[in-house]
Write a protein that binds this ligand. Sequence first.
Ligand code: ADP
Ligand code: GLC
Length: 483
Amino acid sequence: MRLLFVTSEIFPLIKTGGLADVSGALPAALTATGVDVQILLPAYRGILAQCDSPQHLGSLQAFHDIRCDIYQTTLPGTRIPLLLIDDLALYDRYGGPYNHPIYGDWQDNPLRFGLLSKVAAMLSVPNMLQSWLPDIVHCNDWQTGLAPYYLKQMGSMAKSVFSIHNLAFQGNFHADWRYRLTLNEEDFQPAGYEFYGHLSFMKAGLYYADALSTVSPTYAREIQTEHFGFGFQGLLQHRAHDLTGILNGIDTDVWNPSTDPYLPNNYDEKTLASKKNVKKALQVELGLQPLASAPLLGVVSRLTHQKGLDMLVEIAHELLATGCQLAVLGSGEPALEQEYLALMQQYPGQVSVTIGYNEPLSHRIMAGTDIFVMPSRFEPCGLNQMYGLRYGTIPVVANTGGLADSVQGGVVPDKGLLPTNMTGLVMPENNPWTLLVTLRQALQIYANSRQWKQLQKQAMQRDVSWKTSAQHYLEMYQKLLNV
Ligand code: ADP
Ligand code: GLC
């Protein structure tokens, strides 16, 4: 089975969020099941230089005024072929993959990701570049949403899978872009790529893909409701039989407390006692009081409405009155960043806030904190709670999406042992007061060292690898190909 995996970000080359982690790990897990995978990614600035001897395969006339070069290399650290689309005018820019450092989204994003989608389709019909043709094209999020459309437009034999990582980002643009992107006029309608008068990349993916998936079973159900569907609930209900929820795994090599190179010392389930050295070093690094007994809460996140971290600010005074500490790493909405910075000023030595994106520090927070907080309003999957499980850092999560599917809560007895399947704490409702109550419960367990050790061990034993999930993807592809 040959599979073209199309993505707009991939770890370790370019990352803004969980999509990069998934793209960096799932292809390898699929390769291990015997799938012949190639990956397609835009060559953003600096990417070609980070890769091993890229080979020029040739060029493609994607649109009448756009001819791009295709390079082949391998994804660093793997032997998986990686195809890069090189177009200096569209991708060689200072800034993020989606936005200018100051002025927000790149104004030509429809063209930039229309090109990614178009090239995916051009590589899936007989072409001059390679004889390898995919049986399946696996597309991810709105950036690849036009690929299923172009595959049909070009008469490709390949089947398409469209994976939703976050329905909130839809790629809706002015309808006039359809001319530039050579979309057929008759498909600009509700039974097509039109969405409330706009050209919608997400809509195209959801409408034209042969199969749909999303990153957790609970989110697959939630997005069929008005509250979580962002306007697509009707279409998703209509396509419910083609929609599968498959929980993400994590890269257990990159996220491994017993080998993690970013930690001052490593530990595993058997040497859990030395996790406290990582905590102490983290407290010193972040200017927190080096109190071994103070429970340390961690946050690593985009600071946006989705993540619900405004609720944590709201209850911060009551929470901090218990004597716990808080370490936050994140960036996002300026107002929320300011609120967290103000909290740090108010509680020197007790609260640390780092605004920005910092991969090494994210590992140290994951390992050095006791409790990881994720009160998301919605969470398609979420990866940090799974990193928390693996690092013995107990997740406290909202009861939504992949959080509900990956963290098992339970009734906490005053004395004695916890339920043997419990791995964290799940908020029964999503509001600040429930968050406070749930965090207090976590602190209560923390105070009982027998219960806490039990919980940490159970969390660390939870299988969060890609193995089972890759198998589910394989079954989905097989069903699509009738094999
Ligand atoms: P989302 O993709 O919605 O942001 P996920 O939990 O799926 O949420 O993935 C987020 C990924 O980005 C995780 O790997 C997390 O560690 C990382 N991350 C988020 N914010 C930061 C940050 N400020 N610094 C370093 N890594 C971050
Ligand atoms: C999105 C979601 C997140 C998910 C990630 C990877 O960024 O917000 O919940 O884990 O994609 O699938």
